[in-house]
Design a protein around this ligand. Structure first.
Ligand code: NDP
Ligand code: MG
Length: 343
């Protein structure tokens, strides 16, 4: 058995009855919002959804049988206000609802970015918690309905009442996270590891690795379709094995040639200079450089973001990939909603 550094909580550690006399306002009804609101509702918690007039998600929330009002009215009514709109719009939404909070209310987040980087400075007289499912919202909902759990994180940023931890844990239980396990963390640890992971490994690192591998083969005269299969398509098989049983299960499943070649050459490709680059990326996350850049990027209407996106779409691997995927039907269920959304 591993010794975990952070406490881990399960159903028996949480008491949902602390929510009995509390109303939860779920602000936003997108990926996380629809899942939290419906799971809380099914767990017997009083829920009101807050969406601006004319919001395109109002009908969806009503069709799911939930009460809908404006964010300000929802916050006035509620004791727990769960901010589940996109991170970039949260500061404006918080400005609107701040005066609707009462002392002792709970401000609840699913990601620490705005609080950690001071884009939201919560009033001192409210509790500030984070319950962050480690999964896109549709799986949080689907797992709950299937009596299964979604692993999650719990953090307390500010405990004005002395009850922040218990309320957060109850919320985590009501959305189904303690069925699977909830790891205690801090806003800082969640935010910095999340952003580092998506930049260095998950979203940034892996796409660069794929593109560099593809370009190396194509530049050496190999066909685009072979390069696509080797460097992108097969990645899923490898990742599935690692997900299921760690690196060991992957090494056990591939051929001895692949295992020896991978073990002996992997660190040559991703060498110590890559490690130094990762440390630099981490520094930019820790010292706020990345956060400042991303905030001003949004204030300026996303000029670099738009350009980077376009360049990625124009990459040759996207072109050959689209043709190949149209030609061969594979995958189990078309899979679009299986793609993990970013968080
Ligand atoms: P979404 O992008 O899915 O949220 C969309 C919802 O927010 C819609 O209901 C939309 O309404 C509403 N909204 C958009 N703009 C505004 C606005 N200006 N004012 C009021 N409401 C608005 O968000 P996510 O669920 O992806 O993210 C919510 C939080 O959860 C974030 O903090 C995120 O980091 C975190 N998180 C997300 C995960 C994920 O997988 N998606 C995983 C874990 C955490 P309308 O229809 O009117 O536009
Ligand atoms: Mg209130």
């Amino acid at each position: 058995m591993s010794d975990f550094e952070n406490p881990v909580y399960y159903d028996e550690d949480a008491d949902v009855s602390i929510l009995d006399n509390r109303t939860v306002a779920v602000i936003g009804y997108g990926s996380q919002g629809h899942a939290h609101a419906q799971n809380l509702d099914d767990s017997g918690v009083d829920v009101v959804v807050g969406l601006h007039e004319g919001s395109s998600s109002r009908d969806a929330a009503r069709d799911d049988g939930l009460r809908v009002t404006t964010p300000v009215k929802a916050a006035e009514e509620a004791d727990i206000v769960s901010i589940l709109v996109p991170d970039t719009v949260q500061p404006a939404v918080y400005d609107d609802i701040e005066s609707a909070l009462e002392p002792g209310d709970t401000l609840q987040f699913a990601h620490g970015f705005n609080v950690h980087y001071n884009q939201i400075r919560p009033r001192a007289d409210v509790d500030v918690t984070m319950v962050a499912p480690k999964s896109p919202g549709h799986l949080v909902r689907r797992n709950y309905e299937a009596d299964e759990g979604t692993p999650g994180l719990l953090a307390v940023y500010q405990d004005a009442t002395g009850e922040a931890h218990d309320v957060g844990l109850a919320y985590a239980k009501a959305i189904g996270c303690t069925r699977a396990g909830v790891i205690e963390t801090t806003f800082r640890e969640e935010t910095e590891t999340d952003i580092f992971g998506e930049q260095a490994v998950l979203c940034g690192g892996v796409t660069s690795l794929v593109k560099q591998g593809y370009e190396t083969l194509v530049d050496a005269g190999y066909s685009r379709e072979m390069a696509y299969f080797e460097c992108l398509n097969e990645l899923k098989l490898i990742v599935d094995l690692m997900y299921e049983g760690g690196l060991g299960e992957m090494w056990d499943s591939v051929s001895d040639t692949a295992e020896y070649g991978g073990l002996s050459r992997g660190d040559e490709v991703v060498d110590e200079t890559v490690r130094e680059n990762m440390e630099e990326v981490l520094e930019g996350v820790q010292d706020g450089t990345f956060a400042r850049e991303w905030i001003s990027e949004n204030q300026a209407n996303r000029p670099s973001y738009t350009q980077l996106r376009q360049a990625e779409q124009d990459h040759d691997i996207e072109d050959v990939g689209a043709d190949l995927r149209a030609l061969f039907a594979w995958g189990d269920d078309g899979g679009e909603e299986e793609v993990p959304a970013d968080d």
